[in-house]
Each structure stands twice: as C-alpha cells, then as structure tokens.
Unconditional design. Sequence first.
Length: 282
Amino acid sequence: MFLEVNNTLEINLDKYEKLFTNLANKTFKILKLSDNFIISVTFVDKETIHKINKEYRGIDRPTDVISFAFLDDKNEKIIGDIPTDLGELYICYDVADENRKSYNNSIEREICFLFVHGLLHLLGYDHMNEEDEKEMFSLQDEIFKGEILMDKEKLIDEAIKARENSYSPYSKFKVGAVVLTNDNKLYYGANIENSSYPLAMCAERNAIFNAYSNGVKKDDIIALCIVADCKRPVSPCGACRQVISELCNKNTKIILTNLNRDVKEVTIDDLLPYSFESSDME
C-alpha cells in the first residue's frame, strides 16, 4: 500500500501516517482485500474544507471529512497486480478537535475514526439507508476493536504524569499506571502507601479499580502502561499480576517501562501463566 499524507497545517501530524497505515491494513484484512492500493490523505483547515464542501457537495458549511472515491462501488473488481488508486480524503483538524470535545474523545481517536470512515467510503461503503448504515458502522466497530489509537510515547507520558501523584514516603519508590480503554479514555493510578504497610495499594491496581469504578468492563480495556524509576522496565508484583489477570481481558497489551523509556511489552499470560481464575471456584 502507498499512503500519502499531506499536511497543510502548521502543527506536527507525523504520527498519523503510522496510525493510518495500521488501520488501513487491518481494514483490508477484515475485508479480505489485498493492500495493493494508493490512498491520499490531506489535513486542511476549516476554511479550506468549507470551500471544498460548498464547491463539490453544494453544502455551505465546514465538515470533518470529505472523500473522493475513484471506485464506483465496493463490488468493483481490482485489476491484477496494478496498484489501485482508491481516491482522496480531506480531514479537517479543527472540526475533528471540536468533535472530540463533544464526544469526550482524544484527538487521536477522532482523527483515526474520520480516516476509517473516509476509507470505507473510498472502498464503496455508505450510510444512505438503514441497511447500509448498519453494515458500515459494524465494520467501523470491528476495525477499531482492540486498537491503541494513541502514540505509545504519549501513553508512557500519561503514566509518568500519574506517577507524580504517588504517596510513597516509606519505600520512596514512585509508580504510575494508566489504563487505556477502547473509546480511547484514560484511567490513572499511582501507588499509595500507609504506615500499616499491608494497607498500601499498587499503582496498576489503583488504575484498574479507577476504571472499573467509572463503569469500564473487562473487554473495554485494551492497554495498561506501568512506569517506575528503575534500571529495567518495572515488573508488577504477584498480587497485581493476579488482579490484572482477572480484571483485564487476555488481549490487553501490557506496557512496562521506566523513566529511561525502556519498554517491555507482555501479555497477561506472560505475566501470570496458569493463573487462578474464577472458574476454579465453580
């Protein structure tokens, strides 16, 4: 696949090329298509997308994304090994930023949503009637399932911020953690100690309990990032491994790191193989 990302704005949007590439490849895999496509994405301001919307769609207002598909519909056949130009997407960062505030999303999730929505239009999908809308929106949900729509470095930044709230006067070992859910919301935790040592609580458990206290369910959690000031990526204690095993789903990405940003990514089974489960009590 050849993905061309053009930025007409004065802000750095380089991270979206990788995010878009991953989402496009997942889309093609779900739809059982080859990745022999050419896609052009351009970030524009409100004034520019307003002009495009008025000139080509007859709608006199700005919008969030506009797609110009070069295929007639989703059943059009792809010819041989020749790369197929799917078309052009125009994404308005300003409108995306307004949308994410209304939906309480991150800007990354909103822009990635607009990309996938526009990409499906390029592939011939639409939502002009109830049946088509159901098909297209179901595809969107499937594409986003389990996706980390946030730069890993930013996730680490957020865990480091959480660490600043640590109350650790006894061990002097500050730990921060953040849970990322499939709607791209973050739930924070830091380790909280007590003079009665057994009453202390680890950062990762606090983050998970925070998420659950706000209505998050097991299948909603897509990533957990934990950070501490140690030579190697921090390792959760045994109690935390048991909690992670039960309250996070098996596909949750566990990101262990330190202040040097050395990273070790593991699965729940890596952390706690042959874990004790609720089914063991049945």
